[in-house]
Ligand binder design. Structure first.
Ligand SMILES: NC(=O)c1ccc[n+]([C@@H]2O[C@H](COP(=O)([O-])OP(=O)(O)OC[C@H]3O[C@@H](n4cnc5c(N)ncnc54)[C@H](OP(=O)(O)O)[C@@H]3O)[C@@H](O)[C@H]2O)c1
Length: 256
């Protein structure tokens, strides 16, 4: 799957990003903007041959191969482990920023109605998958600067969004993600590990996920372009003192 020699990814002069869940929406926009900036990108998709994902393959290939593509399905521990072990054989790889972007919303999901499997599907994809992917990456010898988890305002307990009818499993999965990533940040601090752990709310972004008809008015819808360009600045502005904090695309601290 590689298009360029590994040595480029170890070059101190280049910033390397890993985007997990890059086939469409916010993840694909990260890849587009990072390619335009001249950064190096490792991007994962579930189905490289799916029409929406293959568009990215074409783009990566035509951009002097600065984007390397891998397969990773965060619903499968085996897939996560296989992907991470593929990275470990790349010589001198360092990753400046990891963005764990993959997520799902199957609308509606109400606590009074949803099935066991629907609830589990949200928790497996939005909570367990991203945390285990980060854990497996941290267990390698690959130096990692920052790990960003794509959370959501729906997962905030301090700013509970009571009007979000049909978001129970999604909100619970993002809330659980928030708690697990805070523990991850605290555990790393205790180990004197200086990898920075951040949670982000990307805004209300016009993607496939947001293409649902909800009975309340969604304010301030933004494009993936705006969300991602602002998130890149926010992510790059954070240091180790910010590990274990939650931010919006507008660089406002968000309540857990
Ligand atoms: N859009 C918003 O307004 C909004 C607001 C708050 C938070 N977020 C969060 O932002 C992130 C990106 O959302 P989006 O709006 O870009 O959604 P999207 O357009 O639906 O894209 C979701 C991405 O996640 C990938 N994905 C889903 N399940 C996966 C799995 N098991 N393994 C690997 N990849 C998987 C999808 O890959 P496939 O193409 O293979 O399905 C796709 O690339 C999500 O975590 C979402 O919860 C979005």
């Amino acid at each position: 799957m590689n298009q360029i020699p590994d040595v480029l990814y170890a070059d101190e002069d280049f910033t390397t990003w890993l985007i997990v869940g890059a086939s469409r929406g916010i993840g694909l926009e990260f890849v587009r903007q990072l390619l335009a900036r001249g950064d190096r990108i490792i991007a994962t998709v579930r189905e490289p041959l799916a029409t929406h994902a293959s568009a990215l393959w074409g783009q990566a290939g035509s951009d002097h191969g600065r984007c390397q593509m891998y397969k990773c399905d965060i619903l499968s521990e085996e897939s996560i482990v296989n992907f991470v072990s593929e990275l470990t054989v790349k010589s001198n790889l360092k990753i400046d920023y990891v963005v764990l972007n993959a997520g799902v919303l199957r609308y509606p999901n109400r606590s009074t109605e949803m099935s066991f499997d629907e609830f589990a599907f949200h928790l497996h994809t939005n909570t367990i998958g991203p945390i285990i992917t980060a854990q497996k990456l941290l267990q390698t010898n690959i130096p990692i600067g920052t790990i960003v988890f794509m959370s959501s305002d729906s997962g905030s307990q301090g700013n509970f969004r009571e009007m979000e009818d049909g978001f129970a499993a999604y909100a619970a999965s993002k809330s659980a993600l928030n708690m697990a990533l805070r523990h991850m940040a605290a555990e790393l601090k205790r180990k004197d590990d200086d990898t920075i752990i951040l949670a982000m709310h990307p805004g209300e972004v016009s993607t496939d996920m947001a293409n649902i008809s909800v009975p309340w008015h969604v304010e301030g819808i933004i494009t993936p372009e705006e969300s991602v360009s602002k998130m890149i600045s926010v992510i790059q502005s954070k240091g180790i003192q910010h590990s274990g904090t939650f931010w919006t695309w507008e660089n406002k601290p968000y309540i857990w």
